[in-house]
Design a protein around this ligand. Structure first.
Ligand code: ZN
Length: 213
């Protein structure tokens, strides 16, 4: 964390399209991470052009979405499993000028978010491919059919995947219909992050929508 700016720059210089920031409240998930002040500091340090993709693994996104947007979040992703009026929180995120995303945990069925998709309330779907809360977990295979189900329902909406995304799981997720890869450990541990990002982009572009898993 003391080198957050340097690590973020390393990812951006390596060709990442943006930065995904995991916000944990110690309640929705057992871990605690950072608050709006850190997002604000990243925005100041990295400039206006970097896409900040902020994932709220918190119980009350209705209370905290706005401070994160004021701190510089471009996309705010909330969980369908969180509390409060989900649809109203998504509307508020858009009203404040950010993209509104909905997130589903591995054991939450696709149909929980179908009404939000058909009502046009969301700009992105985030499919968790691990249970949220800690980095470095293994990709959960059984989520792949759900990605396919969501792709069939979502038309052109972006679908992102988060958790255990590496050179093997990324193209499989893309084949099922995901088109935003949120990779942490696998890229930061790679010897050459730029090459790992480029390889992931190529393999996912080739596999996207093929259905082969
Ligand atoms: Zn995340």
């Amino acid at each position: 964390m003391a080198n957050l700016e340097a690590d973020c720059r390393r990812a951006l210089e390596g060709g990442a399209d943006g930065l995904h920031v995991d916000i944990m409240d110690g309640h929705f998930v057992p871990n605690l991470s950072m608050g709006p002040a850190v997002v604000s500091a990243l925005r100041r340090a990295l400039g206006v052009d970097v896409h900040l993709h902020v994932h709220l693994m918190i119980t009350h996104p209705d209370r905290y979405a706005e401070p994160f947007i004021e701190s510089g979040a471009d996309t705010v992703l909330i969980h369908i499993e969180s509390e409060g009026d989900i649809s109203a929180t998504l509307a508020k995120i858009r009203e404040k000028g950010a993209r509104a995303g909905i997130t589903v945990n591995p054991d939450t069925p696709a149909d929980t978010i179908l009404p939000l998709i058909s009502a046009g309330r969301i700009d992105e779907i985030l499919c968790m491919t691990v249970f949220p809360g800690f980095g470095g977990q293994a990709f959960i295979e059984s989520v792949l059919p759900k990605i396919g189900e969501l792709r069939a329902a979502a038309g052109d909406l972006p679908i992102s995947v988060d958790g255990g995304i590496d050179a093997a799981s990324a193209p499989r997720s893309a084949a099922a219909g995901a088109n935003i890869m949120l990779a942490g450990s696998s890229l930061f541990k790679a010897e050459d992050m730029g090459a790992a990002i480029a390889d992931m982009r190529t393999s996912c572009t080739e596999a996207f929508g093929s259905g082969a898993t």
